[in-house]
Design a protein around this ligand. Sequence first.
Ligand code: MG
Length: 353
Amino acid sequence: MIIAEKLKFSIAGTESAAKQAYDFFAWPADCDTIRGVTCRFSIDYWIKQYVRGDLILRLYTIENGEKSSQIAVEKAGRLYCLRDLGLQFENMNALICHADLSVMQQLNCFVNAATDAGIHSVLPEETRILAPIEYPLQDVLCVGLNYTEHIEETKQVEDFSRKEATVFFSKRVSRALGMHAEIPDYDFVDSLDYEVELGVILGKSIKDYKAGRDPDPVFGYTVINDLSARNVQFRHKQWYRGKSLDGYTSMGPCIVTVDEAGDVQNLEISCSVNGQLRQHSNTRMMMSGVQALLEEVSQGMTLKAGTVMATGTPGGVALGMAAPQYLRPGDTVACRIERIGTLVNRVQAKCKP
Ligand code: MG
């Protein structure tokens, strides 16, 4: 009943909605304990929240002076931990895979109420922001060469200008880096490159998906830096190992749900290194948009809920430069996508002998 006391839920006239929420989250059945709590929200408030059904959520995985990570929601520049709202999810994967529409609607409702009630919250700068999905359930599904500029700039390495089908591959992500986490500097890597990409997270499993016919399976979007060791990539004649070294996937700073992202095929996307703009495009420049990619890759192939897909990078990577400016120890790389946020990481400085 802590949640009721904290939020000072109104019982008068709102019992039905409150009971529904209690039942849903399997809170203790003795709702009597919330009787008498100060009336704060009217029935109109609850109905408005329920009927409106907004799913505008910005979800974070954070560490806030505790050993275990927890999920938080951002509202008005502050973070509200789901645990403090009485909502328990083991991690973001559990939330994504088990939270259906009604859970998300109610979650949104409680966060709105928490904001209004001014319950405990933290500022983002007071906490450590981890990757929203630190441990992806499977390898991250990647799309190669999905922006014309990137195909043009890498032609001298391999010419994909006449490709007839989308290039799909994957990368291993044992643990994704979050905001401000350091990118490892390996002795055997001499050409570390950055790739800002729109990350797509599936909330439902799909197979033989048809865009427009089937319900949209996307849970939300994030920013991904598909870090790549070019020398390793070329030595092994494929991309898997050069993109799968520990610490070579950075993700975040949050997941925005589909409504918050708006038109996902019209978002500014950019990457800068030490403040110098290197990549700058718009997701409308993708050769295959998110829905077309999901349709193509899911034919005869199951994509499970929780799948993370990186949708390709625009032009401007170091590999495409006449004199490549690869990332060096101490460099700061900032990947930004409109309406989602900016993901900042620094390359680990080499230890001085
Ligand atoms: Mg990539």
